[in-house]
Design a protein around this ligand. Structure first.
Ligand code: KG4
Ligand code: ZN
Length: 340
């Protein structure tokens, strides 16, 4: 079964072809980062308009790369939510129109389910059940994943997501959007011991997170250092901030594995691309004989491959008739998903 995947929930247009026998055949992405950078964040209307420009050329591109034609496709999966409503509407309407004209079944995929399953696209994927850490711009969640669609929330952030904290810290340090990679790059030049930042909820005993206090602590530091905030000071703050976030994430992941008795952890979402987080998780897991799985770097952030894959997994188990009418779900709780 050959599935075309369409991702357009935020500032990346992603297309991919996933074959249930042969695996991922092709994928392509256009990132709008340069377009939004001038505004310091995503401008929703510009995002929607750019998705319109990119979606069909990228569709042609993935078909050509895979040596396939539209007639070879067996189903179309698209991100139905959560995300920016205008951006979602572009991918959704293109996917449903294509499917209508080709008489194909469709499936609206939950964006976070896409992220969650992305590590399964890699060689030697984990088997169910496992613990998942989902760390993106909008989410910081620990989950017990027992099967496709069988997700139990173990812990969540009480306020800001980890990616959001990276983005806000980047702004405070005068770095460009998106903040995660920029903070991480600056942190590589920083040193330990100059500043101290809190490790929020490190020993709270539960699996929840809180990152807004950390952001406030960075703000206080930046204000205190205003006259002496040179490149070295900024690098040292970035370093300490990254240490604080990755220490908390690592500790809670180990707690989640211990509490559930599981041995496998998967990490997904944009912050999962962070090299220091991977280093800490790998080290902590190695000592306890746990195994950590990540998506390749380009599949940590938004992409079409994870949507094609999640859609294929669901369609394989349950084909749904579609009349090709559609709605998007800009707000959609992962807990509402059920098994296919
Ligand atoms: O998963 P994603 O692409 O989009 C959402 O669905 O939110 O995640 C984007 C988030 C942003 O907050 C970005 O700053 C962060 O992931 N991010 C990183 C890194 N790369 C992306 N954070 C820390 N280190 C990175 N290397
Ligand atoms: Zn995402």
């Amino acid at each position: 079964m050959l599935i075309l995947g369409v991702e357009s929930s935020c500032d990346e247009t992603g297309l991919a072809l996933y074959d249930t026998e042969q695996g991922l055949l092709s994928h392509a992405l256009h990132s709008q980062i340069d377009m939004h950078a001038a505004y310091g964040g995503v401008v929703p209307e510009l995002a929607s308009r750019d998705h319109i420009r990119r979606a069909l050329p990228l569709t042609r591109h993935v078909l050509e790369t895979a040596g396939k034609s539209l007639q070879d496709i067996d189903g179309i999966a698209y991100t139905q939510g959560p995300g920016l409503s205008g951006a979602l509407l572009v991918g959704t309407s293109i996917a449903e129109s294509l499917a209508f004209s080709l008489n194909l079944p469709t499936i609206g995929v939950h964006h976070l389910e896409g992220h969650l399953l992305a590590p399964l696209l890699e060689p030697d994927p984990p088997e169910f059940p496992f613990v998942a850490l989902l760390v993106s711009g909008g989410h910081t969640q620990l989950m017990r994943v027992s099967a496709i669609g069988d997700y139990e929330l173990l812990g969540d952030t009480l306020d800001d997501a980890a990616g959001e904290a990276f983005d806000k810290t980047a702004k405070l340090l005068g770095l460009s959007y998106p903040g995660g990679p920029a903070v991480s790059k600056l942190a590589a030049q920083g040193q330990a011991g100059t500043y101290q930042l809190p490790r929020p909820m490190l020993n709270s005993g539960d699996l929840n997170f809180s990152f807004s206090g950390l952001k406030t602590a960075v703000l206080t530091l930046v204000n205190q250092q205003r006259d002496t905030l040179d490149d070295t000071a900024r690098a040292n703050i970035a370093y300490e901030f990254q240490e604080a976030v990755t220490e908390v994430l690592t500790k809670k992941c180990m707690d989640a594995l211990r509490k559930t008795g599981m041995k496998q952890l998967i990490v997904s979402g944009g912050v999962g691309a962070n090299a220091r987080l991977r280093e800490r998780l790998n080290e902590a897991a190695r000592r306890r004989h746990y195994h950590v799985h990540y998506p390749r770097l380009e599949f940590c952030t938004d992409n079409g491959a994870m949507i094609a894959f999640a859609g294929a997994m669901r369609m394989q188990q349950k084909m749904q008739e579609s009349d090709h009418s559609f709605t998007v779900r800009p707000r959609w709780d992962l807990a509402e998903l059920t098994k296919p």
